[in-house]
Ligand binder design. Structure first.
Ligand SMILES: [Zn+2]
Length: 117
């Protein structure tokens, strides 16, 4: 797995053209700002930040014999955060019940969360 570095290989890549404009402000992305978060076979997970409105997308770009396709998701995560959450465990029923209980105890959530990290 490569680290989150600008990847010039996408400058002429058909896949990046599919997601070349910011969905919020329509500004054209700089292809050199795309960071490959993960790659496997013909699939690339890419993070792109819009320099104008500072929104980001995480996109999965797939290439196959039928062509190149992509699925993008608007996010407020940085590339590093996206990788961190990708590796973290799923939220389960117990997590939800614990949070619900804590909210009813009027626990100082900022203090609680900062002590549990
Ligand atoms: Zn934008």
């Amino acid at each position: 797995m490569k680290s989150a570095q600008p990847n010039p290989m996408f400058s002429n890549n058909e896949g990046i053209r599919l997601i070349s404009y910011c969905p919020l402000c329509n500004t054209q992305y700089n292809p050199l700002s795309a960071k490959v978060l993960e790659e496997k076979d013909d699939a690339h997970l890419v993070h792109i930040n819009c320099k104008k409105c500072n929104s980001s997308i995480v996109a999965l770009i797939l290439s196959s014999a039928l062509g190149v396709s992509s699925v993008g998701l608007l996010t407020d995560l940085s590339g590093e955060d996206a990788l961190r959450f990708k590796k973290s465990s799923r939220v389960n029923d117990d997590d939800v019940i614990n949070l619900y209980s804590l909210l009813h105890l009027n626990v100082d959530m900022v203090k609680y969360l900062s002590s549990s990290i």
